[in-house]
Design a binder for this molecule. Structure first.
Ligand code: SAH
Ligand code: TYD
Length: 405
């Protein structure tokens, strides 16, 4: 029996993607033989409603000195984090002696806005290669995994925190209880934890099953998160839906009773009830939609191959590892995947072993179709690729449904 990481009750598995490689484990042909695969199964805790991975990969295997995800590769994400930092500066910092901490600070996409304003800050980033990029921008960074022990040493060295921030990282940490206990310890009496992650409601509604991969251990809802916070005497005081990453939720958390609770929190819980986010049947339906999506995408790709069309992938995302391996997409259907990240170029995608090539190769010889693996950046990408479209190029997307645009 699988026990819930948050409350210890039984977790009911609703989807199995089969063995998967490390989602960000881009590799060279010499490494193919040693590639490791792990089960990717997702379940719902019917007690506290937390959706979570049934088995997990050791964090050291995922986050290390060669982590290939650099946050600053998207213009719209840079704008997003500038706005996020601006909100925190205005609304949540004590002007007397402000101190902000960010977990999973990566290349400094958010903290750079505090550093330039000479605000006391600390980034916590265990992947040393991306952390170094942040440090070169003048961001004070500690290269460790955050937990309760690290929280104690931060408190000793720097004192308490006004705003503890996180984006696309809280859902990555199986030891969420230790993280929350550490944050509880660090926050000033009026301090806040503000973080955002892909939102479960969007994943279910849009069948964005590619959000499910080894790094994403939790798929939060307002309801499940509320339960997780309770035992740490923390409380959700506000929520703010975000467009990024296909639909995310930003959560504002404070010490219990320290701040008024916005009515939006209870309203969202009611919406989640109406959507059935706590019910096994909802996920059984989701699982059937995923199967339907796989069949449609494969039928389309085989059809295009039959017509002799060239298909190239756009964006070697972590999400694409789930899609290519689950659907069985290999180089015979998708010639290569174009990506702007130098650390991914010249390597091969995990499991499916599709070549990752520099973006310039996409530009130099437009394919007939481009399979948009970075669909969450569709607005930015399609605006940039007017010429591809003018030349007759078409997009294939699979979220919320398989279609050619
Ligand atoms: N916040 C950035 C990066 C998200 S990727 C953004 O939204 O773009 C997740 C990051 O969290 C990685 O850089 C990873 O190294 C880091 N991370 C993973 N586990 C962590 C932990 N326990 N403590 C701090 N950072 C962690
Ligand atoms: P993203 O969708 O942010 O994340 P994840 O890995 O979590 O699924 O990844 C975007 C990837 O797409 C990243 O490798 C950079 C690449 N990319 C491009 O190649 N061109 C672009 O215009 C953009 C926005 C991203």
């Amino acid at each position: 029996m699988n026990s819930c990481l948050m409350c210890g009750s039984r977790v009911s598995e609703f989807i199995s993607f089969g063995p998967m490689p490390v989602a960000n484990g881009f590799l060279t042909p010499e490494e193919f033989a040693q590639e490791r695969f792990f089960p990717l199964n997702v379940g719902l805790c019917t007690t506290c409603k937390m959706v979570q991975l049934m088995e997990r990969v050791d964090p050291g295997t995922l986050f290390h000195e060669g982590y290939p995800y650099f946050s600053s590769t998207s213009r719209s994400m840079s704008d997003h984090f500038q706005a996020f930092a601006g909100l925190v500066k205005v609304e949540y910092m004590d002007p007397a002696d402000p101190f902000v901490v960010e977990i999973g600070s990566n290349d400094g996409i958010m903290l750079q806005h505090f550093a330039v304003a000479s605000i006391r800050h600390l980034g916590i980033e265990p992947s040393t290669n991306v952390a170094r990029v942040g440090m070169a921008k003048g961001i004070n960074t500690v290269c460790e995994f955050f937990d309760q022990d690290l929280a104690r040493s931060i408190l000793d060295e720097y004192g308490p925190v006004d705003a503890f921030l996180g984006a696309n990282v809280m859902c990555h940490i199986a030891e969420l209880d230790s993280v929350l206990a550490g944050i509880k310890l660090l926050l000033k009496p009026e301090g806040v934890l503000i973080f955002e992650d892909p939102y479960l409601g969007d994943i279910v509604e849009k069948t964005s099953y590619d959000q499910m991969y080894d790094e994403h251990i939790f798929y939060f809802s307002v309801t499940s998160l509320g339960h997780a916070l309770e035992k740490h005497s923390l409380e959700l005081v506000d929520i703010m839906p975000q467009k990024v990453h296909g639909g995310s939720m930003r959560y504002v958390v404070a010490h219990r009773g320290a701040r008024p609770v916005s009515p939006s929190v209870t309203a969202q819980c009611a919406r989640e009830d109406a959507l059935g986010l706590g019910l096994v049947e909802t996920y059984e339906r989701f699982s059937r939609s995923v199967e339907g999506s796989r069949k449609e995408l494969m039928a389309l790709l085989h059809d295009l191959k039959g017509q002799g069309k060239r298909v190239v992938g756009y964006g070697a995302t972590s999400k694409s590892t789930t899609v290519t391996n689950f659907c069985g997409i290999t180089e015979d259907l998708v010639e290569f995947i174009s990506d702007t990240t130098p650390d991914k170029q010249g390597r091969y995608t995990p499991g499916a072993h599709i070549p990752v090539r520099p973006y310039q190769e996409f530009l130099a010889d437009y394919p007939d179709y481009s399979l948009l693996f970075a669909w969450n950046h569709a607005e930015e990408i399609m605006a940039n690729e007017q010429e591809f479209q003018n030349a007759g190029g078409k997009w294939i997307v699979y979220v919320p449904k398989v279609q050619v645009l």
